[in-house]
Write a protein that binds this ligand. Sequence first.
Ligand code: DX5
Ligand code: ZN
Length: 228
Amino acid sequence: MSYSAKIGPSILSSDLACLGSECVRMMECGADYLHLDVMDGNFVPNITFGHPMVECLRNCVGPDPFFDMHMMVSRPEQWVKPMAAAGANQYTFHLETTTNAGNLIKEIRESGMKVGLAIKPGTTVEELAPWAGQIDMALVMTVEPGFGGQKFMEDMMPKVSWLRSQFPSLDIEVDGGVGPSTIHKCAEAGANMIVSGSAVVSSDDPRSVITMLRTAVSEAIQKRSLDR
Ligand code: DX5
Ligand code: ZN
């Protein structure tokens, strides 16, 4: 199996006036990557930040931390080049926002970033499947995108299980309501990239939460490899 457990805190629920230091704090607490939520107030009913902020964050944290850009925007093709120039490592766009996913995948790759493809709770995993061979990561949303701190949708887990069975080495990410009380469902279903916002950022001990989440996923990966 070529995938491993990775934990990516979503800094959406942190003190937005201190984003740079919050990113540094998450990396110091053992985060494997940072999940940055870009919202345009159109695709989702909320607005966050764009590529100028990403550039500042990159300057603040240095070259190493991996930036997974969760692009909750209506026109994802518009931001590929600016995000690459700002220092993004992966560009995760929503399947619902484009009629030409193939072209966008190509553009993202040509700009030097990895490709993530996200689906909202109402989008079936069969719609994502045709692209799975061309992407680095599939993101199965476990809440309606737009806000941190929502309740985890356990009924999304069959999508994760199906993807894992069909694409054994694909990176599969879950995002929304994931924390110590819901991680085991995600891990058992086969997710290996774990976004966690409020559960990590608002914790008194983010390092322990990150370690706990990673351990749960690593154990599930190990169990799956023994079962094969
Ligand atoms: C929601 C965002 C998430 C969010 C996760 O639209 O995509 O990344 O910040 O936060 P929690 O873990 O609090 O649900
Ligand atoms: Zn997100």
